[in-house]
Ligand binder design. Structure first.
Ligand code: ADP
Length: 441
C-alpha cells in the first residue's frame, strides 16, 4: 500500500506541475478546467470499478473475479488470490471431514456429536445402529428423546462424566452399551459408545463357572473330609465302616477326577480355533469300538444296535471326534432305563455329508430344556446326572468338538419317549474310505 501512496503522490505531483505549466501556457481557467476533467474521469473510473466489485459480491460463490485497471487490477487480483486460498481451505477441510467420516464409519464404536443443548449434530453409522437413530430424521433431536432411560437422563444432567454410563436393554432389550461422554469446545459433547453385550455375557459365564465348579467340588470334598475325620477319631475302626468309607471316598474321588478331566478337555477345546489335527479318520472303525464300549457300559441292561456306512470317513481330529461321540453314547446309556433300546448310526446325509446319531428310548427331554443343554453344567435333572456320574459338561464338550469340524448338533427328543442326538458333518469334511479299509470292512 505504501508503494500505492508513493505512485499516487507522484501522479498528483505530475498533474499539479502540468496544471501549473498549462496555466502559464493557456491561462488558469483552461488549466483548472483540464484538471477538473481529469478528476471527473478518475471518479467515473472509480465508480465503474466499485460497481463491478458490488456486482461480483452479489454473484453466487465461484463467479470469476472481475478485471480492473490501475490500482483496481491489484485489488481484484488480491481478491482472486483470497478466493483461491479460501477454496483450497474448503477443499482441505472437506477432505479432512471425509477422512474423519470414513474413519468413524469403519469404527465399531458409536460416535455422536451433541451441541450445547444435547441435540444430535452428527453421528456415525454404528451410532445409528446401536441407538436406532435415523440420521435424516433425528439430527437436531435431543439424545434423551432417543435414549429415554431415566438413569441416562440423570447421568447427562449431573455432568459428571468421569465414569462411563452402562446402558442396558438397548436395541430392543438384548444389547448392553457403555456410553462415555467427553465434553469439548463450546459446551459440546462427544458421545462414544461400545457394545459390551458379549463381554458381559463372558463375564457372567466366568462367574457362573467359578460358582458351578466350587459347587460341584463341595459335595465330594465334604464327603471325603467327613469320612477322614471319623476314621481319624476312631481308635479301632470298624472294618465294615472302613470298607464302606473307602468305597464312597473312591467314588467321590473319581467324580472329582472326571470333573477336572472334563474341565481340562473343555478348556483345551475352547482355546483352540479348529480341530487339533486334520487327518483322515476311520469313523466306521471308531463307531464299531464305541458300540463295544456301549455294550460293556450297559452291562446287559439295554439292547444296543448299530448301523454303519463302512465307506464313509471324515477329516479332522480323531480324539476330539471320539470324545464327542462317546459322550453322546454314554448319555444315551445313562438316561435310558433298563430294557431300553439304543441305536448308534453313522450314515451319509443327502447333501454328501455324514451324520453320527444316537437314538434311545430313554427318559427324553422337555422342549424348553433343549436349547440350553450344551451350556456348561446345565442339567435337566441334577441328581440323576450326578447319580450316573455326569459332570454336566458332556454336551458342552460335544458342541465345541463339533464346531471345530463345522458340524452341528441336532437334538430331537420327547419326554418319556426317547431322544436322538445327531452330529451332522458337512460334505467338505467327509471322504470315501480308502480302498484297502473298505475291503477289510
Ligand atoms: P451330564 O453330565 O449331566 O449328562 P451333559 O452335558 O452330557 O451333562 O448333558 C446335559 C443334560 O442333558 C443332562 O444332564 C441331561 O439332563 C440331558 N441329556 C443329555 N443326553 C440325554 C439323553 N440321551 N436323554 C435324556 N436327557 C439327556
Amino acid at each position: 500500500m505504501r508503494g500505492y501512496w508513493r505512485g499516487a503522490a507522484g501522479w498528483l505531483a505530475l498533474w499539479l506541475v502540468l496544471t501549473v505549466i498549462a496555466a502559464g501556457a493557456f491561462g488558469t481557467v483552461t488549466a483548472l478546467a483540464g484538471l477538473a476533467a481529469w478528476l471527473l474521469l478518475l471518479h467515473v473510473r472509480q465508480l465503474w470499478h466499485v460497481d463491478a466489485l458490488l456486482r461480483w459480491l452479489d454473484q453466487p460463490p465461484g463467479t470469476p473475479v472481475p478485471h480492473g485497471s490501475g490500482i483496481w487490477a491489484e485489488v481484484f487480483s488480491y481478491l482472486a488470490r483470497l478466493v483461491r486460498r479460501q477454496r483450497q481451505n474448503e477443499a482441505d477441510l472437506r477432505s479432512a471431514l471425509e477422512r474423519f467420516q470414513s474413519a468413524t464409519a469403519a469404527m465399531n464404536e458409536a460416535v455422536i456429536i451433541l451441541d450445547e443443548l444435547d441435540r444430535i449434530e452428527w453421528c456415525n453409522p454404528s451410532a445409528e445402529h446401536y441407538f436406532e437413530i435415523d440420521a435424516r430424521r433425528d439430527l437436531g433431536r435431543q439424545l434423551t428423546y432417543i435414549v429415554r432411560q431415566p438413569q441416562f437422563v440423570e447421568y447427562l444432567d449431573e455432568q459428571n462424566f468421569a465414569e462411563p454410563f452402562v446402558l442396558r436393554g438397548a436395541r430392543g432389550g438384548e444389547t448392553t452399551l457403555t456410553v462415555q461422554l467427553v465434553p469439548y469446545g463450546n459446551q459440546q459433547k462427544l458421545v462414544i459408545s461400545r457394545d459390551i453385550t458379549r463381554w458381559e455375557r463372558l463375564e457372567a459365564m466366568r462367574r457362573d463357572l467359578v460358582a458351578n465348579v466350587s459347587h460341584e467340588l463341595r459335595t465330594p470334598i465334604t464327603v471325603l473330609a467327613g469320612y477322614l475325620e471319623t476314621l481319624n477319631d476312631q481308635e479301632a475302626p470298624d472294618p465294615e465302616f472302613q470298607r464302606r468309607a473307602m468305597e464312597l471316598m473312591t467314588q467321590q474321588t473319581s467324580r472329582m477326577q472326571n470333573l477336572v478331566e472334563d474341565l481340562l478337555t473343555l478348556s483345551r477345546l475352547e482355546n483352540a480355533r479348529g480341530p487339533s489335527a486334520e487327518q483322515p479318520v476311520d469313523v466306521p472303525r471308531m463307531v464299531q469300538g464305541l458300540h463295544q464300549e456301549a455294550v460293556a457300559l450297559s452291562a446287559g441292561r439295554h439292547q444296543i444296535g448299530v448301523d454303519i456306512d463302512a465307506g464313509l470317513w471324515l477329516t479332522g481330529a480323531e480324539g476330539e471326534l471320539r470324545s464327542a461321540f462317546l459322550n453322546l453314547v454314554t448319555n444315551a446309556i445313562r438316561y435310558t432305563p433298563a430294557k431300553g433300546q439304543i441305536t448308534i448310526r453313522w450314515r451319509p446325509t443327502q447333501d454328501g455329508g455324514g451324520a453320527f446319531s444316537v437314538t434311545d428310548t430313554g427318559i427324553g427331554i422337555a422342549p424348553e430344556h433343549i436349547p440350553r443343554l450344551t451350556e456348561r453344567f446345565y442339567r435337566v435333572d441334577r441328581s440323576r446326572s450326578r447319580e450316573t456320574g455326569g459332570t454336566g459338561l458332556g454336551l458342552a464338550i460335544v458342541k465345541y468338538a463339533l464346531s471345530h469340524h463345522q458340524a452341528r448338533l441336532e437334538i430331537d427328543s420327547e419326554p418319556e419317549q426317547g431322544s436322538t442326538f445327531s452330529a451332522i458333518f458337512p460334505a467338505r469334511r467327509t471322504s470315501p474310505a480308502p480302498v484297502a479299509a473298505a475291503a477289510t470292512a
